[in-house]
Design a protein. Structure first.
Length: 132
């Protein structure tokens, strides 16, 4: 079972951040983030939990207990987008990861746009292949 420290590390790495980035966002040192991730800090302050939830766009339940998989913010969005976007379309993933937390309607709209882009890209590649 994943610990809160492991979850913080995974969220940080998925976001492409270093410990210093997380520390600055939370108003703590890099060393404090190291201690969180390694499990040396048993109880995080509420203010730090709040800052981490905002930074990673996740709920308290998800950060603390790993629950609430339906609403994992951008990490959940990235996992869903990965189903629609190939590795070649990495730029879309980069753009999506910069978006703020999305509600269900916005998420559906993002999926539709991404799916349409993927289909357009496939059509264009097929046309280019035929032209050759």
């Amino acid at each position: 079972m994943e610990t809160i420290g492991q979850r913080i590390m995974r969220l940080r790495l998925n976001a492409g951040l270093v410990q210093d980035d997380v520390g600055k966002a939370c108003g703590v040192s890099r060393v404090a983030v190291t201690k969180w991730e390694s499990g040396e800090t048993a109880n995080l302050k509420i203010s730090n939990l709040t800052a981490l939830c905002k930074l990673f766009s996740v709920s308290y339940d998800y950060l603390i207990e790993g629950k609430d998989t339906e609403n994992q913010g951008l990490e959940g969005l990235d996992n869903k987008i990965n189903r629609f976007v190939s590795k070649k379309d990495k730029k879309i993933k980069e753009i999506v990861n910069t978006l703020p937390h999305l509600d269900d309607k916005e998420l559906d709209a993002t999926k539709s746009v991404t799916s349409a882009f993927k289909n357009k890209s496939k059509t264009k590649r097929a046309q280019n292949h035929e032209d050759q």
